[in-house]
Design a protein around this ligand. Structure first.
Ligand code: F6P
Length: 380
């Protein structure tokens, strides 16, 4: 029996991320003020289909969640809806699942479904939209790798965590005259490594977008020693390919895959930090330690920046539903919150441009990207 009031559905898909609850809270608060009821589907898109699982969302059960990490609705990056994006092997969702999701939306009288997720989850949202389900997207990921938005929420919190880790590693590195390697997340984008590397005073930053060599990394360590600095902080993005083009995955245990060989989304990246540490230790005969920051970057309370961004995204998503602007994703175009077609956002991945101003600033300070490019200030 459909509810008497117009109803907005909300779901969170993909990996968790600081700020998800802030989006949910903002959407519910603003939707209720416009006269909507709200329901939240559980465990991402899975909650839309057999067994349909949802909970009413109101001012009571969304109170005090602004600062909570994770998502009160649960999430999954696996399951029956998983879609692949930007790959030749792009998967279409089973038409029966789409039909079942559409039936749930119809039966519950959902006027708009707010899908909060990264590129995979938004690719699913796009397919729901093409199936006639009234969908609005909200871009979420710590990786900041979604196109058409200056920032995704969650990124700033992940950078804050990685920066804090670097601050802490700095003290041991300096006290013990060690080389410390920090491996951060980010999938195939180097945003977390770039920002945390700059904010945390890293000396070497290795990212997927800039090819690097061990010789250049070691040279930077030696250059610093010549300047009297007997420790070095190296930040490496989990998706930074080895000099031979290999992508390290599953902790390095299964070996490094060659360039172009992997189905990129299905491997669990990780292990490049340890390989960098071992290689540098072997070549320079220095003490090197590696740390994988891992899921600490995805947990905990969102930063103030992410709370504000998530709140704006949640409120704007409700506005899009209210105005019937379906198939759109909210986005941040400083200083405005705007919207863009979901189809456009998911086909425009955002990786680090090697000529990005942050890269240039880092080079001007002498930070090495392991590519041997002269770090002369304001060079080409
Ligand atoms: O996309 C977010 C992210 O944390 C990536 O940075 C990382 O590669 C991946 O998810 C890890 O996924 P999982 O938690 O499924 O291992």
């Amino acid at each position: 029996m459909p509810p008497s009031k117009p109803t907005i559905g909300i779901l969170t898909g993909g990996g968790d991320c600081p700020g998800l609850n802030a989006v949910i809270r903002a959407a519910v608060k603003s939707a209720l003020r416009l006269g909507y009821d709200c329901v939240g589907f559980l465990k991402g898109y899975e909650g839309l289909v057999d067994p349909v699982a949802y909970m009413p969302l109101d001012l009571t059960n969304t109170a005090n969640i602004l600062l909570q990490g994770g998502t009160i609705l649960g999430s999954t990056n696996k399951g029956r809806f998983s879609a692949l994006v930007g790959e030749s092997t792009r998967v279409r969702i089973d038409p029966q699942l789409l039909a079942a999701a559409g039936e749930t939306v119809r039966q519950l009288g959902i006027s708009g479904l707010i899908c909060i997720g990264g590129d995979g989850s938004l690719a699913i949202a796009q397919q729901l939209h093409e199936h006639g389900i009234p969908v609005v997207g909200v871009p979420k990921t710590i990786d900041n790798d979604l196109g058409c938005t200056a920032f995704t929420f969650g990124f700033d919190s992940a950078v804050a965590c990685a920066t804090d880790a670097l601050d802490r590693l700095h003290t041991t590195a300096a006290s013990h005259e060690r080389i410390m390697v920090l491996e951060v997340m980010g999938r195939h984008a180097g945003w977390i490594a770039l920002h945390a590397g700059i904010a945390g005073g890293g000396d070497v930053i290795l990212i997927p977008e800039i090819p690097w060599t061990f010789e250049n990394v070691c040279q930077k360590v030696l250059d610093r020693e010549r300047e009297g600095k007997r420790f070095t902080l190296i930040v490496v993005a989990e998706g930074a390919r080895l000099p031979d083009g290999g992508l390290v995955h599953d902790g390095g245990g299964k070996g490094a895959l060659g360039a172009g060989v992997v189905e990129r989304r299905q491997v669990k990246l990780g292990g490049v930090g340890e390989i960098v540490a071992n290689e540098v230790a072997g070549r320079l005969k220095r003490e090197v330690r590696a740390l994988v920051l891992g899921h600490l970057q995805r947990g905990g309370t969102p930063t103030a920046f992410d709370r504000v961004l998530a709140t704006q995204f949640g409120a704007h998503a409700v506005r899009l539903v209210h105005e019937g602007r379906f198939g759109q994703m909210v986005c941040y175009r400083p200083p405005d919150i705007a919207s863009v077609a979901i189809s456009q956002a998911i086909t425009t991945p955002a990786t680090v441009d090697p000529a990005h101003s942050a890269v240039q600033a880092a080079r001007a300070l002498g930070i090495s990207f392991g590519d041997g490019v002269d770090a002369s200030p304001f060079g080409p």
